[in-house]
Design a protein around this ligand. Structure first.
Ligand code: SAM
Length: 331
């Protein structure tokens, strides 16, 4: 059924979108300096998507050719019904990959259950391998516990485990050797993403942003080579090395042509459809996610909205759109 519909989410530039990033909540228990330095602030009462709405949205996207859904946030695993969220997506025909981006806070205790409930791909954010810096950066003294959770995850039948790190000048830009050591015997990927400027982090960005070229240079000098790109690999460039089981990924959103490989769409935790991480305000689709009988109307609206997708973001021109930080939409 999915192949039949595979071409339906196509934008005016011919890009296809097999990948949906679905935010489950804005709430986060970490206070990462570049994202929520003062922690999550509950300024207005938001009602996050219900299980029924999540299921209806997943079905509509799946029938339009989406095969991968990533759960993100905020911190998605803080939802009390997180396992139920996994279950309903797992029960959606056509969704072959269920991915999660998490800060790892609940990883050790829960990852077995998540995998049993259908999780196939796991990304854990670890922006530094120095325990003291980790505490300063996130507000939690929890690095070794999270690293233990990653090893637990690697022992389970997940298709991919990735460690995400935001590249930060003089924080982790001096820790590449430590990260590399993790890859020697672990079949995982470490993905560095260049720090992005958002509405809220101007000063932080000025101080800590560093171009991903420093990492590319490090990899080149140390014998890592660029892997040829697979069809739907998205914007990351992958690097491999014959002496290491794991791989590196580099995401450089300020690079020219970064958006050419865009393969993802986003739905926020309150049911707004976003065409770009840095686009303008989202378009509400929640009214059409209330019952299964609205599925065709929801699919029509998604296709119609996709005609507005822009060719690229304008981050390189310092246009961050309306995004105050990424906790509202999930990075
Ligand atoms: N709470 C989860 C976590 O910590 O991974 C998921 C939400 S978090 C917003 C998703 C990803 O966005 C994380 O890997 C985070 O480091 C990244 N992120 C947040 N703000 C960013 C920024 N300004 N630039 C680059 N990446 C950012």
């Amino acid at each position: 059924m999915n192949n039949m519909h595979a071409a339906q989410l196509v934008d005016p530039y011919g890009r296809k979108f097999p990948y949906l990033r679905l935010s489950l909540t804005d709430v986060c228990n970490f206070s990462c300096n570049y994202c929520l330095p003062n922690g999550y602030q509950c300024n207005e009462q938001k009602i996050f998507l219900s299980i029924t709405e999540i299921s209806n949205i997943a079905h509509a996207f799946a029938e339009l050719g989406t095969t991968k859904i990533r759960l993100t946030g905020g911190e998605p695993t803080l939802r009390k019904d997180f396992v139920e969220c996994l279950n309903v997506i797992h029960q959606t025909d056509g969704i072959e990959q269920i991915a999660l981006t998490t800060n790892g806070y609940k990883l050790t205790e829960n990852v077995d259950q998540w995998v049993k409930s259908g999780l196939t791909h796991l990304n854990i954010s670890v922006d530094t391998l120095d325990a003291r810096l980790f505490k300063n950066l996130t507000g939690h003294n929890r690095l070794s516990k999270i690293l233990g959770g990653i090893d637990r995850a690697l022992s389970l039948p997940l298709k991919k485990v990735k460690l995400n790190a935001v590249l930060l000048k003089n924080v982790n830009s001096q820790q590449f050797d430590n990260y590399t050591e993790m890859l020697r015997d672990r079949p995982m990927s470490i993905r560095f993403i260049e720090l992005m400027q958002t509405g809220d982090n101007y000063n932080y960005f000025q101080k800590y942003h560093i171009n991903a070229q420093v990492l590319k240079n490090y990899l080149f000098v140390n014998g890592w080579s660029e892997k040829s790109r697979e069809g739907s690999s998205g914007p990351a460039i992958e690097y491999i090395h014959p002496e290491y089981l794991g791989s590196y990924g580099v995401i450089a959103p300020y690079d020219k042509d970064f958006c050419d490989n865009c393969n993802r769409l986003r739905v926020s935790s309150v049911g707004e459809f976003h065409l770009c991480l840095f686009g303008d305000q989202g378009f509400s689709i929640r009214d059409l996610a209330q019952s299964k009988s609205q599925k065709e109307a929801l699919k029509d609206r998604l296709k119609q909205l996709l005609t507005h997708k822009r060719k690229q973001h304008f981050l390189h021109e310092n246009d961050t759109g309306v995004r105050a930080n990424l906790s509202t939409i999930g990075g």
